[in-house]
Design a protein around this ligand. Sequence first.
Ligand SMILES: Nc1ccn([C@@H]2O[C@@H]3COP(=O)(O)O[C@H]3[C@H]2O)c(=O)n1
Ligand SMILES: [Zn+2]
Ligand SMILES: [Zn+2]
Length: 247
Amino acid sequence: MSLQIQMIGTGSAFSKKYYNNNALVYSNGFKLLVDCGSTAPRALHELKVPMDDIDGILITHIHADHVGGLEEFAFRFKYTYQKQIKLFVPAPLLDSLWNHSLRGGLENPSEGLHGLNDYFQVIALRDTTPIQLFPGLRVQLIATVHIPGKPSFALLFNDKVFYSSDTVFDYSLLVRLYETRQCEYFLHDCQLTSPGLVHASLDDLLTLPESVQQQLLLMHYDDTKDSYMGRTGNMNFIEQHRLYDFP
Ligand SMILES: Nc1ccn([C@@H]2O[C@@H]3COP(=O)(O)O[C@H]3[C@H]2O)c(=O)n1
Ligand SMILES: [Zn+2]
Ligand SMILES: [Zn+2]
């Protein structure tokens, strides 16, 4: 089944030119929002995608450029749309997402609002085996190293499309996915300057075999991206708001 991805934003956490690196995955008539950063509501508004047109949200880790827009989603779904949207959350993030990120704005005992479940239809992802999110859309969580001691997950859609979210470079994971798992496409975060520290740097990614680079699109880049055109080996930058088909 074909899958399409539209980045609603492609920027690094501090980009002022691009929205937060969040994606809309289209499959079989369903729309999944991958990460919901602080700029997600505005980016969706610009794309004319109403929030309540989205079937689910999947979170990869707890940074504002990946979860900062959830408070607005929570309020809009509760008070404007009066329904719940599916929120897919890797189980290790659940406690932190509420207690360390959203609780300050969303907890409201006077209305009986005590937790994530009072706003969202929470679906905890407890496994690293592929699970079906919607008919025709499967995801496998891959634990990655991003901030030491804090869980973060890459995603593998339908065994075919790897989405790194935020991670340090992992050469062997990428090559193994390409060689043994028949993974055909890679969307990877890219810090343009070295060292990467908490992201994959462009220099890191340039060490990948040409065959992998050809299948790899760079995302989560900073505002100097244009000055790197022609300096990315066999890799291309993914463009914000363009719809990409992954047949
Ligand atoms: N040890 C760290 C932690 C964070 N950071 C920066 O903060 C950003 C948070 O969002 P991000 O998209 O993960 O990118 C992180 C780094 O730019 C960083 O540079 N070094
Ligand atoms: Zn980020
Ligand atoms: Zn991050």
